[in-house]
Design a protein. Structure first.
Length: 126
């Protein structure tokens, strides 16, 4: 099976030894996105704005892979404060329709660059 590197200049450039996403067959494995503005590579301010930015970054990478949020089958959400979970659900509702992807929400001690939220996803593109 061949692997293809997926990248988008509409999402933050990788800040380490990884790709924004890898497509293997019809499956796309997206790396974690934190709320960096792709133009400035700076964190956006405020939890809701950070959550929106993460979804926008994921959307850009999904589109670069030839997919959309409708193709996401698994979404992982990492939060430094689980009390923000209701806000994540609210924002997620702006981006997804049923059937929703499978999902995990995980509380973590810290995220890169001091972000409050990070997400990664798996897409299956038919």
């Amino acid at each position: 099976m061949s692997k293809t590197v997926i990248s988008s200049d509409k999402a933050p450039a990788a800040i380490g030894t990884y790709s924004q996403a890898i497509k293997a067959g019809n499956t796309v494995y997206m790396s974690g996105q934190i709320p960096l503005d792709p133009a400035t590579m700076e964190l956006v301010e405020g939890f809701e704005a950070q959550t929106v930015q993460v979804f926008e970054n994921l959307k850009a990478v999904a589109e670069a892979a030839g997919g959309s949020f409708k193709d996401i089958v698994k979404l992982n959400i990492f939060l430094t404060d689980l009390s923000h979970f209701a806000k994540v659900n609210e924002v997620m509702g702006r981006y997804f329709e049923q059937p929703y992807p499978a999902r995990a929400a995980i509380g973590v001690a810290a995220l890169p660059r001091g972000a409050a939220v990070e997400m990664d996803a798996i897409l299956v593109i038919e």
